[in-house]
Design a protein around this ligand. Sequence first.
Ligand SMILES: [Zn+2]
Length: 100
Amino acid sequence: MEEYFYIGQKVVAIKDHSLGDYKIGDEFTILDMKTFCCYVGINFEKLSIPCITHCPDCNIHHNNLDGFYYDQKNFAPLGNLSNMSFEDAIKLVTKKELTV
Ligand SMILES: [Zn+2]
């Protein structure tokens, strides 16, 4: 299953960060994205200090000069589901069944 992220998108954490930088349910807006060795990193806060991001898969530390980049796999896009209410979703399904 492929998730598509883009700058400016609102996302929600679906995993707790190992060091507690975020936890499940926290919402963020993507400010920047970068491709690293094994993952796409997403940035929520521009910092002017060097930030080290660790890749657990190949045990490499990446040095970023503009903030922390977190693995996009730990986040899900916000909006795709919440834009549609439960009632609207039911209507859509019901309508489909009627026209078949
Ligand atoms: Zn890696």
